[in-house]
Design a protein around this ligand. Structure first.
Ligand code: DAH
Length: 358
């Protein structure tokens, strides 16, 4: 016991005398670590007779706790001192010019989303967001895709195990469920765009299990198909920076819109070179339509008073077309050489006045 008292004094004064956190850590290991002094003494308990073991065990536990507390307290004090010293000596000169060699690049997906947002933001659309993990109702049912609807099969859905409030959970297969959430949580009129991640079980040169979409929704008392066409023709021309870009609306089907259309833009493949603009060919770039009255009703918006249009586009597809990126998988290979080639300068933020793609 006397030895213990001596050890206690020795250790506590050693703790108090440590000059920095590293020395303190070394001391902690030498006292309380696997091969430490106190640990060593505890290992000796096994060879003692019961009474002695009990008394010694209690004393050792008390000593261990006391030393550990002393170390913690000293550590907090030393960390404060070290932080103060660091703040005193580390200085950042914020007046230095930007380094000419800029290594960082904006990923083409971020850039493309910024460009889409710049065009549609200028038209008065606001950004809305929703969760990546959705319930079945928001992702499908509320969008007029009931459980046995064939459109569900096209979505190659990732289902999550278990349920929440009686609903199966999925990784959202499109950004359209944010239409539902926004209409449920607000009052018309609505003018919103939803850039975000989406997920489908698919992987090849033009599909990735995680990809991006931008959804659009405009709802008001007099919103009509002419508004939809004007908005999307203007969007395509501004986004691709071709003033007379041919844009056509081809009848299509989506459960959540009626009527529905797909939008094609003009292009040529003359001499093997692909170019967007006047030409003899068409390329599909997005889906759209007038919001199905059933969808409005599902969100508590009166379809006899309000009507609207919606659209959805794939960001990767638009980025590939605009910037001539041939394989979608390369977006996610985190190859720095690729990013240096296809990436954008960090300080060139796209805007309608400053230009979309400087
Ligand atoms: N949600 C559709 C998809 O992922 C895209 C879409 C098409 C969204 C038409 C819309 C729309 O809002 O009106 O394939």
């Amino acid at each position: 016991m006397e030895d213990l008292e001596r050890l206690r004094e020795e250790l506590t004064s050693a703790v108090a005398g440590t000059a920095d956190t590293q020395a303190l850590e070394e001391l902690r290991v030498s006292a309380l670590g696997k091969k430490g002094q106190i640990t060593g003494l505890m290992k000796g308990l096994g060879g003692m007779d019961p009474d002695e073991r009990k008394a010694m065990g209690q004393a050792l536990n008390a000593l261990k706790a006391e030393v550990a507390d002393a170390i913690e307290a000293r550590k907090a004090a030393l960390e404060d001192v070290e932080l103060d010293a660091g703040l005193e000596t580390d200085r950042i000169d914020v007046t230095l010019p930007v380094r000419p060699e800029m290594q960082g690049r904006i990923h083409p997906i971020s850039q493309t989303i910024d460009e889409i947002v710049a065009v549609l933001g200028e038209m008065g659309f606001n950004i809305a967001e929703g969760p990546d993990i959705e319930d079945d109702w928001h992702n499908f049912t509320a969008l007029n895709i009931p459980p046995d609807h064939p459109a569900r099969q096209e979505h190659d859905t990732f289902y999550l195990p278990g349920e929440q409030d009686g609903e199966r959970m999925v990784l959202r297969t499109h950004t359209s469920p944010v239409q539902i959430r926004s209409m449920q949580n607000g009052d018309p009129p609505f003018r919103l765009i939803v850039p975000g991640r989406t997920y489908r079980c698919d992987y090849d040169a033009t599909h990735s299990p995680m990809f991006h979409q931008v959804e659009g929704l405009a709802v008001d008392k007099t919103t009509h198909m002419g508004n939809l066409k004007g908005c999307l023709i203007e969007f395509c021309r501004a986004f691709f920076d071709v003033d007379d870009l041919p844009v056509r609306f081809r009848a299509s089907y989506f459960p959540f819109t009626e009527p529905s259309a797909e939008v094609d833009i003009g292009c040529t493949r003359e001499g093997g070179a692909f170019r967007i603009g006047h030409g003899d060919d068409w390329l599909e770039i997005l889906g759209c339509g007038m919001v199905n009255p059933k969808v409005l009703e599902n969100c508590g918006v009166d379809p006899t008073e309000y009507q609207g249009f919606a659209f959805g586009m794939g960001v990767e597809r638009l980025a590939m077309l605009k910037y001539g990126i041939p394989d979608l998988r390369t977006f996610y290979e985190t190859d720095l050489r690729w990013l240096k080639h296809y990436g954008f300068r960090a300080l060139d933020v796209p805007s309608m006045v400053g230009g979309l793609n400087r």
